[in-house]
Design a protein around this ligand. Structure first.
Ligand SMILES: [Fe+2]
Ligand SMILES: [Fe+2]
Length: 170
């Protein structure tokens, strides 16, 4: 049955497999950001906590967007298993650096699927992925902004909490 459905695909099968992998990545990011929101809550970084709760929601939206795209175009989207995520961070700066690293990995993965779509002449997927490429630029910028703020000004404890208020910019 699965093969029969896959024979009538309007998007490339290699691309579908990569998109299913991307679903897992988005789910992992959503879960990781929830853990980060929790850490920020525990440590009194209220604004950063809000940023990560929102970010966690956004990652779930990304996941669902890909999920629907696969199913709407004759593929089968798989509900992802989410691996364990860390709840331990040395500092707020360490946390934002980890978040940026995650966003960079996601950007690379999206670019890889985009280039595969292009190679396979899968124009529909290529167009679909353009939105994600722009979205990744924004998300990397958000994390880079936070890192810059904390690296430049976050030397004493009082300052760390004052700087947290600047995390509302997104
Ligand atoms: Fe995402
Ligand atoms: Fe993201």
């Amino acid at each position: 049955m699965e093969n029969l459905i896959r024979e009538n695909l309007s998007i490339n099968i290699k691309v579908i497999d990569l998109l299913n992998e991307q679903i897992k990545m988005e789910a992992r990011a959503s879960s990781m950001y929830l853990a980060m929101a929790s850490w920020c809550d525990q440590h009194g970084y209220d604004y950063s906590a809000k940023l990560f709760y929102d970010q966690s929601e956004e990652e779930r939206e990304h996941m669902l967007k890909i999920f629907k795209f696969i199913n709407d175009n004759g593929g089968i989207a798989y509900s992802p298993e989410v691996p364990k995520v860390s709840h331990e961070y040395e500092s707020i700066l360490d946390l934002y650096k980890t978040a940026l690293q995650e966003e960079i990995s996601v950007s690379e993965s999206i670019q890889n699927i985009f280039l595969t779509s292009r190679k396979e002449n899968d124009v529909a997927s290529e167009l679909f992925l353009q939105w994600f490429i722009n979205e990744q630029l924004e998300e990397e910028q958000k994390m880079r902004h936070a890192i810059k703020v904390y690296e430049l000004h976050g030397t004493d404890t009082e300052n760390l909490y004052a700087l947290d208020k600047r995390m509302t910019r997104s």
